[in-house]
Design a protein around this ligand. Structure first.
Ligand SMILES: Nc1nc2c(ncn2[C@@H]2O[C@H](COP(=O)(O)OP(=O)(O)OP(=O)(O)O)[C@@H](O)[C@H]2O)c(=O)[nH]1
Ligand SMILES: [Mg+2]
Ligand SMILES: [Zn+2]
Length: 419
């Protein structure tokens, strides 16, 4: 290796910042690690600054998601009231304070919603992966199938563990999403914006300790009826502050494909969604409302365009298919291990990109105009088309973790290799 290449190699090494801005995984606001507040580790009845009481910000958040309100909780301490010598730093991040009674608290809270922050907040990047798409494209089912797969196979394949942040999240995910789908073969109810589900927070922790853990926040938003301003604000912050976007498109949303599938399915159509938004309009409104702060600017957020319900494409495959070839890779599951197989990825990316270009040019155009960093995927969260809200067999996901693994690659957590 010559001197020059040595020098170049060195320059390429990215320096690790001392700390990272925190994105609260509960309310998605973004702030400097210095702006956190703390929950006192004790209480004093005769001191109003330290007495038990209601935490209005916390309860407002909990009310939004139909969680019980908390009547009495320890006080919130703002670190500006604490002398510098009583502040505790870990890895350059304000991590604790020694309060007026000499009692240490390390319970950091989000300044905007007063929920507990994860221990790693500010020390590692906050990664939020958002799932967007029109009503009924399959967001909730995909999220469930993805998390299930991440926990059961993907994590292992990348020498990592995928775990819910706490027992509450674990229980809710199992009860409301995983068990109905994977154990009872029932489909999920359409997500109602009136009964907001608080975000599901998972951690993807690599066994190699030099790799920072990855925080995964999934917010199962309703695809329809986004009119409520508070809900819109929350959703906007979620998307704007996310590190990766999974943009879901249903083949049935695309007019030319919809008609073809309808004809080919004949008298056994299974589930059939009656009304859809045009994919292009979903991109436009997402961009205008949530991403584009400046007219004409493109977003750099890596965005996986994910064609859902790929099992439906069997109905339009053909030997020398104009749209989808009968032997297409998209019908077969592929397991990426240790790294992203770039050959496999480019194959799918190219095929779906060409497919979208052919069947919905306005949509492809809108994507090109607004996104710098996109790739195309096809997944089936269920593996087959359900009939009467029931699956015929077991859930058998196809390629559900591939878009996620591509995001890991884009965010420099894993390598890609030609094979
Ligand atoms: N064939 C097939 N159908 C699917 C698949 N995933 C979802 N569906 C169908 O799509 C319907 C909607 O899925 P959801 O995940 O609830 O859609 P959503 O985007 O969360 O919908 P909203 O919450 O109403 O915005 C399901 O009831 C299924 O009928 C799949 O992998 N294959
Ligand atoms: Mg839903
Ligand atoms: Zn918050």
């Amino acid at each position: 290796m010559g001197l020059f290449s040595l020098f170049r190699k060195k320059q390429e090494v990215k320096e690790r910042p001392l700390y990272y801005d925190i994105v609260c995984p509960y309310c998605f606001s973004k702030f400097h690690p210095q702006e956190v507040v703390f929950r006192a580790a004790h209480h004093k009845e005769n001191d109003e600054d330290y007495a038990l009481g209601e935490d209005q910000l916390l309860n407002a958040y909990r009310e939004k998601f139909n969680l019980d309100s908390i009547d009495e909780i320890e006080a919130v301490i703002d670190p500006v009231t604490i002398p510098d010598e009583h502040k505790i730093y870990v890895d350059n991040v304000l991590a604790g304070i020694n309060d007026h009674y000499g009692i240490v608290t390390k319970k950091r809270l989000c300044p905007k919603c007063h929920n507990d922050l994860p221990i790693s907040a500010g020390k590692v990047p906050s990664n939020i992966i958002s799932i967007v798409g029109a009503s009924q494209v399959g967001k909730s089912v995909y999220m469930t199938s993805l998390i299930h797969t991440l926990q059961n196979t993907t994590a292992d394949n990348f020498d990592a563990a995928c775990m819910p942040l706490n027992a509450d999240i674990s229980r809710k995910f199992r009860q409301n999403y995983e068990e109905p789908l994977f154990e009872r073969n029932d489909l999920l109810e359409s997500t109602q914006k009136e009964v907001l589900q608080e975000p599901f927070i998972f951690q993807f922790i690599f066994k190699d300790e030099t790799k920072p853990p990855l925080m995964l926040v999934f917010f199962d938003a309703a695809g329809e009826g986004m009119v409520d301003q508070e809900y819109l604000d929350l959703y906007a912050a979620h998307i704007k502050n996310s590190t990766g976007i999974l943009f879901m498109v249903d083949p049935l949303q695309i007019k030319t494909i919809r008609e073809k599938i309808r004809v080919n399915l004949g008298d056994e159509p299974g589930e059939w969604v009656s009304q859809y938004d045009e994919p292009r309009d979903v991109v436009l409104s997402m961009y205008q409302n949530f991403i584009g702060f400046e007219e004409g600017s493109k977003t750099d957020i890596p965005t996986a365009v994910v064609l859902t319900k790929s099992d439906m494409l069997h109905a339009i495959k053909e030997e020398d298919g104009e749209y989808i070839k009968a032997n297409s890779n998209l019908f077969h599951n592929y397991v990426h291990k240790k790294h992203l197989n770039l050959t496999e990825f480019e194959n799918i990316n190219g095929e779906i990109r060409r497919f979208i270009e052919k069947v919905d040019r306005p949509f492809k155009g809108a994507l090109d105009v607004h996104f710098n960093n996109i790739a195309f995927f096809a997944v089936s969260a269920l593996g087959s088309n359900p009939v009467n809200q029931k699956l015929k067999g077991l859930v058998d996901p196809i390629r559900v973790d591939e878009p996620f693994i591509w995001l890991l690659y884009k965010l420099d957590y894993i390598e890609g290799r030609e094979e």
